[in-house]
Write a new protein. Structure first.
Length: 255
């Protein structure tokens, strides 16, 4: 009996110890998705300060272009959208910064679509304050400088600022100031991928995300910058909603 008891004890120890072996556990490996963000104008590289011509032949010079991008997610083969566990997964893309990028962790694997929020979802916007965050957070007092409305108690989702002029004129005397926000302005941008995207553990998966600043003025609804040069998304203002529809349709993913 002693030999049998000893044998059973040895088997029990082996099984218990075996539970800690990697072969007996399901471990999720993590990789990185990097989106290198670039501004374009009708598909060509665009830098703030450049003078370009819009769809209606108005000269335009942009000097401020900023966007909040939130909740980047990937869709796996089962159709499930996979995000990450950061409580406030938000990025502020500032096109005045050289080579802006978005970097997010994801489980390794194969994915067939990507989506992100343009702006902040309602459970964040209006529910938090810049003073709630440390300075290195894009939602903080320092991180959101110029991107928060104290009068509206919410964040500005997108800023499109510059100057314009009459058709054929070289005088850029008219200001453009498009400030879009509020919960109704939140949009989700989705890309169905022609070729599956792989997230690897050892190296980041890089893609280029382009924003076409020209298309932002006409992608779904033409907007005349002379007739409608300013919006601050006030009550009853439909211009900001039309702009956000245009802006949402002006992103392009390049693998």
């Amino acid at each position: 009996m002693n030999n049998i008891s000893a044998g059973l004890a040895a088997v029990t120890v082996f099984l218990v110890a075996g539970c800690s072996f990697p072969y007996f556990t399901h471990q999720i490996n993590t990789g990185t998705l990097r989106l290198d963000v670039e501004a374009t104008w009708e598909g060509e590289p665009y830098a703030l300060g450049d003078v370009a011509v819009d769809y209606a032949d108005h000269p335009i010079q942009l000097h401020n272009l900023q966007a909040y991008i939130s909740r980047v997610e990937l869709r796996d083969a089962s159709g499930e959208w996979i995000g990450n566990d950061r409580e406030y997964e938000v990025n502020l893309v500032d096109f005045s910064v050289e080579s802006p990028r978005i970097v997010e962790p994801f489980p390794t694997g194969q994915y067939n679509a990507i989506r992100f929020g343009l702006g902040l979802p309602p459970d964040i916007n209006g529910q938090v304050s810049p003073s709630d965050f440390p300075n290195d957070n894009p939602l903080s007092v320092e991180g959101s400088a110029g991107m928060f409305w104290t009068w509206l108690t919410g964040y500005i989702f997108f800023k499109y600022e510059g100057r314009t002029g009459a058709v054929g004129s070289e005088l850029l005397s008219e200001p453009i100031a498009y400030h879009c926000g509020t919960d109704s302005s939140y949009r989700v941008v989705t890309f169905e991928l022609e070729n599956d995207l792989w997230i690897w553990e050892q190296q980041p998966t890089a893609m280029q995300l382009q924003f076409d600043a020209a298309q932002a003025l006409y992608a779904t609804e033409p907007i005349n910058v002379i007739d409608y040069p300013i919006t601050h998304n006030g009550p009853g203002d439909t211009l900001a909603f039309a702009l956000m529809d245009n802006i949402a349709a002006s992103w392009h993913l390049v693998k």
